[in-house]
Structure formats: structure tokens, C-alpha cells
Design a protein around this ligand. Structure first.
Ligand code: RTP
Ligand code: MG
Length: 135
């Protein structure tokens, strides 16, 4: 499997609760290399643009408000099979369904405040990485 990249964010609840180090530790322990890293606060406009694919979903307004409620940590990660392996490491969207040993099992509070984002395809990983790091 070729080495490739995915994109992640540590979401506002996890950042606020001092879990940046714990989550980055799980990411490195999971075999990912942190290629780019940035702590930043999204405006509602930027959060809305990032999650534009969910514009028609009932949770979109709440999601935009939540994702712009405090600082997030954005990162580009490298590993063989990065996108799929990272989705496995973070676990299910709803922490009630997340497997033991996953980041969301350990740190997520709810289906919305679920601690981390992970890209869902190679194409989106590239788009999302560029959204923050511009290259
Ligand atoms: P993400 O994109 O953040 O990695 O999460 P995901 O693929 O597991 O889930 P997705 O369906 O893409 O949803 C994006 C984010 O929206 C929030 N959400 N809230 N209230 C709800 O029912 C609901 N459903 C989703 C979560 O923060 C989810 O991660
Ligand atoms: Mg998603």
C-alpha cells in the first residue's frame, strides 16, 4: 500500500478540554506522521464552507456553530492507507457506537462534539488539507 495522506481536525470540545496532546499521542501511536499542524479558530463562514457538503442536513446549522465555538487543531497526516486507517482509528461518528481503543470512544462527548474529524476519501483529504495549509 502506498504511503499517502489524510486530514484531521481536533474539534473545539477536545481542544478546550486539554486533549490535544492525548489525541496527537494516539495518532502517532497509530503509526501516523504529523506532516502539518496548526491551532486556529474558524469563523462561522469558514466552518460553513468546510462543511458545505452537509448544507442540506438538519444538523448543519448546529455543526457550523459548534465548529466555530473555539480553537481547533488542523493537521495533515501521513501513513500507508492513511484515509481508511485513520477512519478506523477515530471510530464511529456517534461515540455510543465507537469501538474500544478508538479516539472517539475515549474523547468524544456526543454525536456532534465527537472530538475529531477525519477525511472520507483521498480526494477530500487533499481538498481539506489545502483549505488550511494552502498547498
Ligand atoms: P467528520 O466528517 O467530522 O470526520 O465526521 P463523520 O464523517 O464521522 O460524520 P459526518 O456524517 O461527515 O458528519 C460531520 C459531523 O457533523 C456532526 N454531526 N452531527 N447531530 C447530528 O446528528 C450529527 N450528525 C453529524 C458531527 O460532528 C460529525 O462528525
Ligand atoms: Mg465526514
Amino acid at each position: 500500500m502506498a504511503t499517502n495522506r489524510t486530514f484531521t481536525m481536533i474539534k473545539p470540545d477536545a481542544t478546550k478540554d486539554n486533549h490535544i496532546g492525548g489525541i496527537l499521542g494516539m495518532i502517532e501511536q497509530g503509526g501516523f506522521r504529523i506532516v502539518e499542524l496548526q491551532k486556529v479558530e474558524l469563523t462561522p463562514e469558514r466552518a460553513g464552507e468546510f462543511y458545505a457538503v452537509h448544507k442540506e442536513r438538519p444538523f448543519y446549522g448546529d455543526l457550523v456553530k459548534y465548529m466555530s465555538s473555539g480553537p481547533i487543531v488542523a493537521a495533515i497526516l501521513e501513513k500507508d492507507n492513511a484515509v481508511a486507517d485513520f477512519r478506523t482509528l477515530i471510530g464511529a461518528t456517534n461515540p455510543a457506537n465507537a469501538e474500544d481503543g478508538t479516539i472517539r470512544k475515549k474523547y468524544a462527548k456526543s454525536i456532534e462534539a465527537n472530538a475529531v474529524h477525519g477525511s472520507d476519501s483521498d480526494e477530500n483529504a487533499e481538498i481539506e488539507g489545502k483549505f488550511f495549509f494552502g498547498k
